[in-house]
Structures are given as C-alpha cells and as structure tokens.
Design a protein around this ligand. Structure first.
Ligand code: PHE
Length: 377
C-alpha cells in the first residue's frame, strides 16, 4: 500500500513537473542540408537563416506537440555528391523525423532518393525542377515549379520586353538550368517568338566570351540565361564588355546580393523571376521582414530565406495536425496540407506534392533589387 502510494505520488509529481515544463521532453529532431559554404553559399546561408528563425519562433511559442524542435544542419559545401552522404548521416546517426533542403535542384535530386528509400519526409524549400518531387511520395516542396516559371519569363520576354529573337545560355551541369531553359523555350516559341541560338556552359565556368560572341553574331534582341548568380554576374559583365547592350534575364537562380556585388553596373536593367519580394506590403511579409532584420543584423530576407522559413513552418503545421512526430504520419499530414498561410503565400500540396504560388519579376535599378510585377498561376 505504502509502496503503491509512493509510486502514484511520484507519478503525479512527475506529470506535474512535465506539465510545468520542468522535465525536458524529448526534442523533435529535424535535419537540414544546405550549401553553407562553397560556390552557392549565398543560397544555403540564406535558406538556413530562414529555417533557423522558424525554429526559434516555434520553440519560443512552446514548440510543437509540447516538444522543442532541434534543428541539425549539415553543409554540402555546394559540392556534387555530398548531399546523399550527409542526408544518410542525418537519418541513420541523428534519427531525424524529417529533412529540409535544398535550394539547388541538382542537390535536392541527390538527396531525394535517400529520403524516399528510408521513408523520411523531405521538403525542399525552393528547388523548382519538377523531377525533385517525382522521386517519390515522401518528397515535397513549398515552391512553384519550372514549367510555371518558364511560362512567366517567356510571357514577360514577349509582352513586356517585346523581344522576338532570343539567345539561350544554359548550364548543362544544372538540372535546374536545363529544365527552365526547356520550359521557357517551349512557351516562347508557342507564342510566336524565335530562339535563334542556344549556347551551353558548365558549372564553375568563368569565361563565357566564346558563347556570347556566337550569340552576338546570331543577331538576337535579348538573352535568357537561367543559371545561378555567380555565373549570371559574369555573363552580364562579359556581354557588356563585348558591346552587347541588350536585355539579359534569368530565373530565381539569379537571386542573391552577390548578383549585384559581383555584377556591378553590368547587371543594371536585368530581370529575373522569383518567389517573393520584401516590398510586398502584406502584413505576413512585413512582420517576417521585421523579425528577420532584428535577428540577423539588419539583413533583408530574400526568397531563399522566406521559403526556408515556410518549409519549417509547413512541417511544424503537419506535425501538429498529425498529432505525432512519426515519419509516415508526418508524410500523410504533409500531403494533406491545404491553404497553409505563410510568408510566400498559401501552400496547398497538389497530388504531385508541389505547391502552386505566384511568381514575382525583379529588376536591378540603381544597384538595388526592385519589384516589377507579380504573376499569378
Ligand atoms: N530554383 C532553383 C533551383 O531549383 C534554386 C533557387 C531558388 C535559387 C530560389 C534562388 C532562389 O535550382
């Protein structure tokens, strides 16, 4: 009897402590893989800051299902072949319940088969190549995909820039670049435009003068160059150096402060499409911008930061709705995500586990990014 009393008293005492939060509940471990260093460090660092801010917000509000979120982040150094390895580590060693990442489609494509094989839900914040979520029913994203982005820029080229004869300059080693060029071209031609020349380069190339000279000789009135910011800045500089003062434009891969830092006056008047603008006056966006600036030294969040934030928030929302942090239950709740209101708009997962969201077009004016227009799906 005394023994019984003592145990039940102890149990009551323990649950009281638990309720008061005095005994730490087990955390919910979430893995993140990102390009924190290397060639596309701007992508990984920005996305990571957004994700981290979301984790801090969630934990400050008591966590999820009464448990704190523990974010475990691994760096793939922007290198090919690293992502599968570090994601395996996050799954096998750290036993994360879900994985967030990556920005670049090629690296999401490396990790997705691993997450699918281990049945660990993966959410890419900002990879736009359609093949990413085609890797299986555990793979999700919270952004639009390139068949849409390609149409947005094809229409912009034709209707706003009034271009008729284009040159394409794509990175053959980037699934993103190849895909976006294809979707863009299909639409531009369907709408009566002409693609008179297509030139290619590989990731890490620094000299584009041969390709640009060929494009110049072909007599184009504009260049679509869907690649990443490092190459885009050099392409613009070298084109201007060759006396090509025509419109050059790209997709979301152009977005990073480095585009302007590296490109200088050569990127003035260029355009690209992306997922979000800090100029959006919607309260959700302005609250986020304010919070982000306060947390990160006055830095203004870009699209990767906003999508990084939303990816973590959509995951947390799914865990709450699932009432469980078990992987298959999280997966089912993620698939059922409907009208989740985030910083980058509403997230509803379609049958292919993709989100449908508006795109924005940005230009560079007086050394600053400037919102041009918003395009609804
Ligand atoms: N969408 C690009 C890709 O899939 C990555 C990216 C997203 C880059 C957002 C910048 C901003 O590779």
């Amino acid at each position: 009897m005394i023994q019984f009393l003592r145990t039940s008293l102890l149990t009551a005492f323990a649950s009281a402590l638990l309720a008061a939060g005095a005994i730490a509940q087990e955390t919910i471990k979430v893995g993140e893989f990102a390009s924190l260093t290397g060639k596309e460090a701007a992508f990984g660092q920005s996305s990571h800051k957004g994700t981290l801010l979301a984790v801090e917000d969630l934990n400050a509000a008591g966590g999820v299902l009464g448990r704190k979120i523990e974010l475990l982040t691994e760096d793939n150094q922007s290198k090919q072949g690293e992502s599968a390895t570090i994601v395996k580590k996050l799954i096998a060693r750290d036993k994360v319940v879900a994985i967030l990442g990556e920005v670049a489609s090629s690296r999401s494509l490396e990790a997705a088969p691993v997450c699918q094989a281990f049945k660990v839900p993966m959410i890419s914040p900002s990879s736009t190549n359609p093949a990413v979520t085609e890797k299986g029913n555990y793979i999700f994203r919270v952004c639009f995909i390139d068949p849409f982005q390609g149409v947005v820029m094809a229409k912009f080229a034709k209707n706003t820039l009034k271009l008729k004869k284009l040159g394409l300059l794509t990175s053959v080693s980037s699934a993103y670049s190849v895909g976006l060029a294809k979707y863009f071209k299909e639409r531009f031609i369907a709408d009566g435009g002409e693609v008179v020349i297509e030139q290619k380069f590989s990731e890490g190339d620094k000299d584009f003068k041969a390709q640009l000279t060929a494009i110049k000789a072909a007599g184009v009135d504009g260049i679509f160059a869907p690649g990443y910011y490092t190459e885009a800045a050099l392409i613009c500089q070298q084109a201007r150096g060759l006396g090509m003062n025509l419109p050059i434009f790209g997709g979301d891969g152009w977005e990073a402060p480095q585009l302007i830092e590296l490109g200088g006056s050569a990127v003035e008047g260029t355009y690209y499409s992306t997922h979000y603008t800090p100029e959006n006056s919607a309260p959700a966006v302005q609250d986020f911008v304010k919070k982000f600036r306060a947390r990160f030294d006055g830095e203004t969040p870009d699209a990767m930061a906003a999508l990084g934030y939303d990816s973590m928030m959509v995951l947390a929302d799914s865990i709450k709705r699932a009432g469980s942090a078990e992987r298959p239950k999280i997966r089912a709740a993620l698939a059922a995500t409907k009208d989740y209101q985030g910083v980058t708009g509403n997230t509803t997962m379609d049958a292919e586990r993709n989100a449908t969201k508006a795109a924005v077009v940005i230009t560079v004016k007086d050394g600053k990014f400037k919102f041009v227009e918003s395009v609804n799906p």
